[in-house]
Design a protein around this ligand. Structure first.
Ligand code: PEP
Ligand code: MN
Length: 377
């Protein structure tokens, strides 16, 4: 059960103390306080964990400071959608809105290689007014002898270039808590020219210790990729690990499942789960067409498979696209065969625009249909 307190409740005030005294006297119930700090106001939520089934909503609503009470199901307590739950489905980070109602495009390099390529990528994004990118510094690789990413050594120049080209958010995978510290330090020494969306990759979706560390991280939002060999439910529970530790600024990423059933794609594309995740949780949903498809294969109609699956995710309401581009794919150190070329960027954006518009038309059509049904009833 969640008690949503009145906006700007004073935690040093008598009413709040009275509320907490009351809660602490309840048997078999533990409390956890969470502050949602918004631009206008701070919302405090008190999570009641334990034996809450017998508690009456009306009784709890009569307690001091309490504005509203939400009874949550056991699953996905923080990130889930519950009955009568109108908590927000978006967050802002470094001026960028991440919500279930909008779409951000993170085109960029799978792996940072050299300043020239990073600069070419970022400049192209700036010219098109795109404030986000992907830049891999730490690359978890299947083969220990493959390039593992430049790691810490590239962070300062990548962040400085981001500042130069007005990039507000970089999606960057981390696989260890030391990487989070290194990113913190590099942002600090460069004077915070950009922001970082910490990416937890599919190989680490259930690395619970990493999730707990990132969950306690107050500064960065997270893109959690779905685990490629586990159920959706297990991956959503992994997201809840982040939130249960306090970090609820989580985007959930679909990137395909590892099974030969998806051949010839690198992974079995799972973008039909975009609306499912939006129904079960309040997280914005990202699709990664590059790691799903894994090639530049093309259909007879002249459209690349990467474009097709992107459109499939976007027309179903995806909120973020993480997509590999490279100025010279043949020279990319990681995943060159799936990268799109810079001269395909405008074409890609236009194709996405068409799919997004179609999604918006579908939402309007559904609303009109519901209205018609309601008036006929
Ligand atoms: C990536 O986005 O670079 C990546 C390695 O993705 P995934 O974890 O989905 O394989
Ligand atoms: Mn990759």
């Amino acid at each position: 059960m969640i008690l949503i307190l009145q906006a700007d409740t004073d935690k040093n005030g008598g009413d709040f103390r009275q509320l907490m005294d009351h809660l602490s006297n309840m048997k078999n119930i533990k409390t956890r306080i969470h502050d949602e700090v918004g631009a206008q106001q701070t919302l405090t939520e008190v999570y009641l964990v334990g034996d809450t089934a017998t508690l009456q909503i009306e009784d709890m609503e009569n307690l001091p400071c309490v504005e509203r009470v939400v009874r949550v199901s056991e699953e996905y307590r923080v990130l889930g959608r519950h009955q009568d739950d109108n908590r927000p489905t978006h967050f802002e980070y470094n001026g960028v809105r991440f919500g279930q109602d909008n779409l951000n495009i993170f085109a960029g390099l799978c792996a940072v290689d050299n300043p020239q390529h990073v600069e070419m990528m970022m400049q192209a994004l700036q010219e098109r007014g795109l404030p986000c990118t992907r830049m891999g510094a730490y690359k978890p690789r299947t083969n220990p002898y493959s390039f593992q990413g430049h790691g810490k050594s590239c962070l300062t120049w990548v962040f400085e270039l981001a500042g130069k080209f007005d990039i507000k958010v970089i999606a960057m995978e981390v696989t260890h808590d030391s990487h989070v510290r290194e990113i913190h330090e590099a942002l600090e020494v460069t004077g915070h020219p950009t922001g970082v969306l910490l990416q937890v990759g599919t190989r680490n979706t259930q690395n619970f210790e990493l999730l707990k560390v990132i969950g306690r991280e107050p500064d960065f939002p997270v893109l959690l990729k779905r685990g490629f060999g586990i159920t959706l439910e297990e991956s959503l529970n992994a997201a809840e690990y982040l939130a249960s530790e306090g970090n609820r600024r989580v985007v959930f990423g679909l990137r395909g499942m590892k099974t030969n059933m998806g051949d010839p794609h690198r992974n079995f594309v799972d973008f039909s789960h975009v609306p499912v995740v939006k129904r079960l949780t309040r997280m914005p949903v990202c699709i990664d067409p590059s790691h799903s498809v894994g090639s530049r294969d093309e259909t007879p109609c002249g459209i690349l498979d990467v474009f097709h699956v992107t459109a499939q995710g976007v027309i179903a309401g995806a909120n973020m696209i993480l997509v590999d581009f490279h100025p010279v794919p043949g020279k990319a150190l990681v995943d060159g065969p799936q990268a799109l070329r810079m001269d395909e960027l405008d074409y890609f954006l236009e194709d996405v625009r068409i799919a997004r518009e179609a999604y918006e038309q579908r939402v309007a059509l559904a609303a009109a249909h519901r209205k018609q049904q309601a008036s006929a009833a």
